[in-house]
Design a protein around this ligand. Sequence first.
Ligand code: HPA
Length: 272
Amino acid sequence: MNLQDKITAAAEYVLSKISLRPTIALVLGSGLGDYADTLEQCVKIPYSEIPNFPQPTVEGHTGAFVFGVKEGKQVVVAQGRVHYYEGLPMQEITLPVRVLAAIGVKTLVLTNAAGGVNLGYKPGTLMLISDHINYSGANPLIGPNLDKFGPRFPDMSDLYTRDLRTAIKETAAARNIPLEEGVYLMYSGPNYETPAEIRAFRTLGADAVGMSTVPEALVAGHSGLQVVGVSCITNMAAGVLPVKLNHAEVVETANRVHDLFHKLVDAILQCC
Ligand code: HPA
């Protein structure tokens, strides 16, 4: 089965299960997945039920679409994501984003946990993504172009839509939510970066580094969606502080900023 047929079959299955038709989707990263629990009128579709869907293998990534209402708006939350380092090609891990586009989503909000490369950041800083650097070594748009979604050579000059970012920064300020803005660099993982890599990434213009988001943003951009990205800086990147990095710290910081992060996502929904 080719990629387009896989997307069509998955989208048809999802549409057969729901009456809501949300235009906003959220992809929730490490430790941030419980935002879906705050939706009203929930319908949950586990990824394991959806034909051709990739299954997340990382702890803290459940793997389900949750449809519901939040801030008076219909939304769908993609709870958990599959990362490139789990071993599937990027075309496969971004299948959920293609399916969201196929069922009528117009705005994709991507969240992630990331390491702070900008020396002005601290664990717990929330960063609106202004742009990204694809340092993953791969690209989900390689292969036959999916003409139903977008062109062979898609423009990426306003991927993280400027107008939406302006509205989000204003709303966050009005609600007393501290919010930085910066460039996210994707590294493949699964190892954390070396201190030398982090110094190089800082020179390249990165403010945060992580192992997700870029494939989804590229596919969303190709599909004509507006993209919003938020990083929760869960730790300073390798070599910034004289400590070793571990996943427990990532989850711990994500838990600590949990309430503020929920407020920020509410503010984002107001703007979409
Ligand atoms: N590097 C890469 N990915 C991450 C990090 C990091 O320091 N923290 C959370 N995700």
